[in-house]
Design a protein around this ligand. Structure first.
Ligand SMILES: [Zn+2]
Ligand SMILES: [Zn+2]
Length: 184
């Protein structure tokens, strides 16, 4: 029997993640091992019905994300970490070889809307991870600017909105980036 990648010597037991989708979970840390192969099969079987499921309300607090490296319960190789979104810092552990995903306790609720919409498999693609990273970078840049400008930050946003409507946008930007002449 496969062991929990998080707890020492805790066997994973058969469980139902949702109707018709089987998985394995650890009774100790309540983490779950989900097979992407089983997920795809479940999606194919449930067809368009699953697509109409409404996304769940977000949990009030973010579930704790276990940060340590994990070994795949099946093949023992190191699992890779995949961030779900720019808004959530949780990262899922994934073994590309076995196509097995490890969800920490509570992370299932975070991904349930992706699971029902069919986007769940996309999380484990380069494109998804690239887009998460660029959103995170953009948010960090905005945060830095906010801290730098304080209340004046609102003026930037107002200006950006106005600029977007201007046909001479490029000329305005060029004028703004021109260095001021040094005073004599
Ligand atoms: Zn465990
Ligand atoms: Zn594996």
């Amino acid at each position: 029997m496969a062991q929990c990648p998080q707890c020492a010597h805790s066997p994973l037991v058969h469980t139902m993640l949702t109707e018709g989708l089987a998985a394995y979970s650890c009774g100790k840390c309540l983490g779950t091992l989900v097979s992407l192969v089983a997920y795809r099969a479940w999606r194919d079987r449930s067809g368009s019905e699953a697509l109409t499921a409404s996304p769940l309300a977000e949990p009030d607090t973010d579930p704790a994300d276990s940060t340590g490296a994990k070994n795949c319960p099946k093949c023992r190789s190191l699992m890779s970490k995949y961030r779900i979104s720019a808004e959530k810092s949780n990262r899922l552990d994934y073994c590309a070889h076995c196509e097995e995903i490890w969800l920490d306790d509570g992370e299932w609720q975070l991904v349930e809307s992706l699971v029902t919409s069919g986007d769940f498999t996309k999380v484990f693609t380069q494109a998804w991870q690239y887009s998460v990273r660029s959103s995170v970078n953009q948010q960090m840049e905005e945060q830095r600017l906010r801290e730098l400008l304080g209340n004046d930050y609102a003026r930037i946003e107002e200006f950006a909105e106005w600029l977007a409507t201007q046909p001479g946008k490029q000329e305005i930007l060029a004028r703004l980036s021109r260095r001021p002449r040094a005073p004599n």
